[in-house]
Design a protein. Structure first.
Length: 850
RNA sequence: GGGCGAGUGGCGGAAUUGGUAGACGCGUUGGUCUUAGGAACCAAUAGUGCAAGCUGUGAAGGUUCGAGUCCUUUCUCGCCUACCA
């Protein structure tokens, strides 16, 4: 083995230790320096880091290191999203304390992250499950309670009757509890809610200012908030129940004359008059059977239960139509009631067909006459109102809707209304491993806030996780609390873990602040996060909750003026790998596979059959995961960083490939060999040339290009630039070159590479005696310009030749040069020139008569 | 059903925003060195043709001196979302 071989293990350990001991990446407020807050979504401490983390944190690290080199005061922290159910489950399985399990994982994963050589200020490390963190969160909760942004109401939950616990939607599989297998019931429970819908409009409006966010994410949030303009309409009811009116929300009041039934949700308040009706109860059961998720519902049949009630059309009081309970009406949107206009709404159409209700056409397309009739499909396009008495002739949609609302308002049958889809955020979780909600109840069930001086409300230790239900609920000694001499019972729900991640970026600004969740001066300096980096899967929930949390903290608080937490957002793609199965259709992991020639076998089993499946996002269930730690051990952090960035643009999915990984590793070795050659050259005594224009140009163009690529997250192109640089240098240093010039250019090149491969470049730099503080090289623009331009010569728009010319020559000169080019003779001889298109320093297009 | 995005060699992907399409890497082929090579190095690599050339960025039109890039129509794939009245 070559003794000169790059020993990544030694070098990487050395530099990681150096950065640690020198606190190279520690950060503090410095009002004289421009700050840059770079944040990656913090991980859940599930056990080990995965390739997704490697990609996420490498992207963030490249950016942070670049910003440091540019002279920014960079805040680049890391912490742990440490509360959550996996800890409870793992603890139960292994008979551990969730806290111990979590802290073990944190320590493992921290070591793994350190091996990646990340530029993280570890002094700011936080963990959401520490009392030191969640006590502040409890205080925020009480503040929001005081401001009226937190409230309690009854709401439906998925209830597992065997485990006596509430299940999240994703824990309900085919209508059954994932652990117990019991049929899940819908149960009404008192739950805590954050009043996020109060900020619907604000959350929507402020999206406009987030111009460093991917449009895709903004669109997703916009759809989620779901603003719609419409009208509330009151329908008078006739029948044998003491209800005289039902309110509906509609975006299409202009189709009221097409009214043929009124449909209400099975959970509508008037359902209480039907609780003793057997048929109604059967219908309700039928509704819940269809399930609550997936497209099964969308495709699912529309069913209804006909009441003996009649609804009166406010615009046409003679018309009375039946009232149905219907499975397609949602209780938590609008008023849980819709007016049915089958001709112009597909759902209403399907429903009307099934129950043989009238389908009356009241809108015609512009190119049809007034006899137009809807036959087999609802028409929801624009056009003209017909068959609607005083509304006839109005243009659909704008004019017709505005006019109709006007009429309804005048007659007091309804009013203009804006409706949002966004619902309040239910934050109650009937779980142990979360932040306790700092309230208690008296004998009458009245809510009493735990006094702020008594915070934190600590999670009790030594709970029985195997007992049924919420462990906190059975912990009687913990439940009892005395506040101001009164015996109370604690709230046993804990907060949704999304609450923890809604403000952690503030905590990073002042992680040691004891009296409050953050220090005002520190957040004023560091916030907002300049660049937030994470997966697209958080496009709605986490990012929307965080945006809400800022607005809620700032509500009635003049000192707090952060409107938006994340100025820039970048969403990286996933890491994918081929999938493998054996002949019995069982997944096989890549480690169990051997490739010989072009065939895949199970290791040590030449007779085995391996079916290679499509490349999919790495997941444990498909066993197509690659363990980052073993890769780092085999190839080193720089190689992994290089590879994870090299193959695809960061926002797209990347394909893990062993071959690619190996070639990145080899490239690191080649760079080290190159370094030895350059070092030898530097100690060479012969200085032949004074200046090396070609080298200077190359370096300046490279720096210019990489700077641009860094700004635009084109990190894969940076890697290409590194290869090009190698290809250039390995040839160029064979020439006689000036020593000082070489040193200067090489130093710049190493600096430009350093965000990607920091260990290698640090080692190379110190090896050539560089001891200063690194700075991002300033591009000398003179070197970006070419003195000799290679012009493209086109004849009639087709490229026919290249000619060399000096910079900035005029059209005439270039034309003359072109005319003297032999290759062009056959195109130009005996032809007359019609027109010339000349682009200075780039091309000339000569149009000739054929 | 609705929304968003993408289609470029055998593969991942470049292309200073309308100006030489295919940078860079992988793979493949040939060669050098070597006892050997799944090492290293050199060369070739969009298709077609001996060549000059011609054809080429999912398809069809259009604008332009010039289109991967802009416009219109269309096809395919991916992701998100879903009875939202």
């Amino acid at each position: 083995m070559n003794s000169n071989r790059y020993n990544f293990k030694k070098v990487e350990e050395k530099w990681q230790k150096f950065w640690d001991q020198n606190k190279t990446f520690s950060s503090k407020v410095d009002i004289n320096k421009k700050k840059f807050y770079c944040l990656e979504m913090f991980p859940y401490p599930s056990g080990k880091i995965h390739m997704g983390h490697v990609r996420n944190y490498t992207i963030g690290d490249v950016l942070s290191r670049y910003k440091i080199l540019q002279g920014f005061n960079v805040l680049h922290p890391m912490g742990w999203d440490a509360f959550g159910m996996p800890a409870e489950n793992a603890a139960r399985e292994n008979n551990l304390d969730p806290k111990d399990w979590t802290n073990q994982n944190i320590s493992t994963m921290k070591n793994q992250l350190k091996k990646l050589g990340l530029s993280i200020d570890w002094d700011r490390e936080i963990s959401t499950c520490s009392e030191d963190y969640y006590k502040h969160q409890q205080l925020f909760f009480l503040e929001l309670l005081e401001k009226g942004l937190v409230y309690r109401k009854e709401n439906y939950v998925n209830w597992d009757p065997i485990d006596e616990t509430v299940l999240a939607n994703e824990q309900v599989i085919d209508g059954k509890g994932w652990r117990s297998g019991a049929v899940v019931e819908r149960k009404k429970l008192n739950q805590w809610f954050f009043n996020i819908s109060k900020f619907s409009q604000k959350l929507l409006d402020d999206l406009e200012e987030l111009n460093e966010w991917p449009n895709k994410v903004k669109v997703m949030q916009k759809n989620w908030i779901g603003k719609s303009y419409g009208c509330e309409v009151n329908f008078k009811i006739e029948g044998d129940i003491p209800v005289s009116e039902i309110k509906c929300f509609t975006t299409r009041p202009d189709t009221l004359f097409g009214f043929s039934f009124l449909a209400i949700s099975a959970d509508h308040e008037i359902s209480k008059f039907f609780v003793n009706d057997k048929e109604f109860n059967n219908f309700k059961k039928e509704c819940s059977k269809t399930g609550t998720t997936e497209e099964a519902i969308a495709m699912g049949e529309k069913i209804g239960f006909k009441t003996n009630l009649l609804a009166i059309n406010p615009l046409n009081p003679k018309q009375k139509v039946p009232v149905y309970f219907a499975n397609f009406v949602l209780m938590d949107y609008g008023f849980g009631a819709v007016f049915g206009c089958p001709a112009h709404d597909q759902r209403d159409f399907d429903f009307a067909k099934k129950y043989k209700l009238e389908i009356k056409t009241v809108v015609r397309p512009k190119d049809k006459d007034n006899n137009y009739e809807v036959i087999d499909k609802a028409y929801d396009g624009d056009g003209i109102i017909i068959n609607s008495e005083f509304l006839n002739g109005l243009k659909v949609p704008e004019e017709s809707i505005i006019k109709t609302i006007d009429i309804l308002e005048k007659k007091k049958f309804g009013k203009k209304q804006i409706n949002f889809r966004l619902k309040d955020w239910g934050v109650s979780r009937q779980r142990y491993w979360g932040c306790p909600i700092p309230v208690a109840y008296d004998n009458d069930g009245k809510v009493i806030a735990i006094p702020k001086k008594d915070l934190p409300v600590k999670l009790p230790e030594n709970v029985d996780l195997n007992a049924k239900g919420n462990p906190l609920n059975t912990k009687n000694d913990w439940k009892k609390v005395n506040v101001n001499g009164k015996d109370l019972v604690r709230e046993t729900d804990t907060l949704d873990t999304f609450v923890c991640s809604s403000w952690y970026y503030l905590r990073f600004c002042s992680p040691k602040e004891n009296d409050y969740g953050f220090n005002q001066q520190e957040i004023d300096y560091w916030m907002p996060v300049d660049q937030y980096i994470g997966g697209i899967e958080h496009a709605i929930l986490h990012l929307l909750y965080s945006r809400f949390f800022m607005k809620a903290l700032g509500f009635k608080n003049k000192k707090f003026n952060i409107e938006e937490p994340f100025k820039g957002l970048f969403t990286q793609g996933m890491v994918c790998h081929e999938t493998y199965k054996d002949q019995n259709n069982n997944w096989i992991s890549p480690e169990e596979i051997e490739i010989r020639g072009k065939k895949y076998y199970k290791k040590n089993d030449p007779n085995s059959i391996v079916v290679v499946g499509p490349s999919e996002s790495m997941s444990k269930s498909k066993k197509n995961v690659i363990d980052p730690e073993s890769i780092i051990n085999n190839y080193g952090a720089d190689s992994v960083r290089l590879f994870i960035l090299s193959d695809s643009p960061p926002e797209k999915d990347v394909q893990w490939s062993e071959q690619g990984m190996v070639s990145s590793f080899k490239f690191i070795q080649k760079l080290w060999m190159l370094h030895s050659k350059i070092k030898n050259k530097l100690s060479d005594k012969s200085d032949v040339k004074d200046e090396d224009l070609e080298f200077n140009k190359f370096t300046n163009q490279l720096i210019n290009k990489i700077s641009g690529n860094l700004e635009s997250f084109s990190y894969n192109v940076i890697i290409a630039g590194m290869y090009e640089t190698y290809n250039f240098l390995i040839k160029h240093i064979e020439k006689n070159i000036n020593k000082n010039n070489l040193l200067e250019n090489y130093t710049k090149i190493l600096t430009a590479f350093s965000p990607v491969v920091p260990h290698l470049t640090s080692e190379c730099l110190i090896d050539i005696g560089f001891n200063d503080k690194l700075k991002w090289p300033i591009v000398n623009k003179e070197y970006l310009q070419q003195e000799n331009i290679e012009y493209v010569v086109q004849i009639n728009g087709r490229k026919r030749a290249n000619v060399k010319a000096e910079k900035d020559l005029n059209e005439e000169s270039i034309l003359n040069i072109a005319k003297n080019e032999k290759l062009l003779d056959k195109y130009l001889k005996n032809k007359s020139i019609k027109k010339i298109i000349f682009v200075k320093n780039r091309l000339i297009n000569i149009l000739v008569n054929e």
